[in-house]
Design a binder for this molecule. Structure first.
Ligand SMILES: [Zn+2]
Length: 288
């Protein structure tokens, strides 16, 4: 059966299901047991959030989701390390490709955002970050920040069902959200829009273009500050590689390949730019 990324025809957000068998039969989330449906090559199409993992955090339109593996079903505690493989890798691929992920919440999840019984389809979310960290029980866990599709109030006010005959909902996605603030603009100007990693100064038809990259990510659960000491001026390519954990900066401000620890070069640092080694280390720890 072909994987369906996006809405299932006739199943609007807010649709309740009595049990996992019903979500499977509707095609909303096809596996009966696993929390992540997907493949390591194509990406993940759906997840179930039902409180099975002690590290999960549900903020409604943002979910910090724990990958699968290594937990004890009875106690929900982690008893061994997770790896970025199988369903976890599938979710990371959905993030890299901007694929929508159907989110099903179960009654076992955070009471503020979960159905009181059974399961509920809560709409499309996008994986905007994936990383690894040490969870509450001391084991490595794979983590994913999912954000609700814009304009979908996924949990509190499900939109009404689409009119008959137009149940197949077209979707558009934004693959990357580049935050521009007064602080990122200040950093970019300091470098005259020149990448601190590769020295590229990208010219559009009208202006030089660079992006401000927060080393410790802003927003939940990282809550990195939007301050100059946490922001790098990068070209779009190096910004993607940095955010997705391919490159980082070490304690000596070398640019390193985080998978191999190979030093790729020195980060260019302007004398007026005080950078935080703490935030650089936080970023490195996200991609062990
Ligand atoms: Zn660059």
């Amino acid at each position: 059966m072909a994987r369906i990324f996006g809405e299932i025809a006739g199943i609007p957000p807010g649709t309740p299901f009595a049990n996992r068998r019903a979500t499977a039969e509707a095609g909303v989330h096809t596996p009966h047991m696993q929390g992540i449906a997907g493949s390591q090559t194509e990406g993940a199409e759906s997840i179930v959030v039902s409180g099975g993992y002690e590290d999960d955090e549900d903020y409604g339109t943002t979910i910090v989701y724990t990958g699968h593996g290594g937990n004890d079903a009875a106690t929900k505690r982690q008893v061994s390390d997770q790896q970025m493989t199988k369903g976890n890798r599938a979710l990371a691929i959905s993030g890299d490709r901007g694929l929508p992920v159907r989110v099903v919440r179960g009654a076992g999840g955070d009471p503020a955002h979960s159905p009181s019984s059974g399961f509920r389809y809560d709409g499309l979310f996008y994986v905007d970050q994936s990383w690894e960290e040490i969870g509450k029980s001391g084991f490595n866990i794979c983590r994913f920040r999912l954000v609700a599709e814009p304009q979908t109030n996924a949990t509190t006010n499900p939109p009404p069902a689409p009119p008959a005959g137009s149940a197949t909902k077209a979707y558009a996605s934004t693959q990357r959200l580049v935050r521009n603030t007064a602080v990122t603009e200040w950093v970019k100007r300091l470098y005259d829009y020149t990448c601190q990693v590769c020295a590229l100064r990208l010219m559009t038809a009208v202006t030089p273009y660079a992006e401000g990259a927060h080393m410790r990510p802003v927003g939940k659960p990282h809550n990195g500050p939007d301050t100059a000491e946490n922001v790098l001026c990068l070209c779009p390519n190096d910004h993607v590689l940095f955010d997705r954990g391919a490159i980082g900066v070490d304690a000596s401000w070398n640019v390193v390949n985080l998978k191999t620890s190979t030093v790729l070069g020195m980060l260019t640092i302007h004398p007026q730019h005080k950078l935080s080694a703490t935030h650089a280390a936080y970023h490195r720890r996200l991609f062990p």
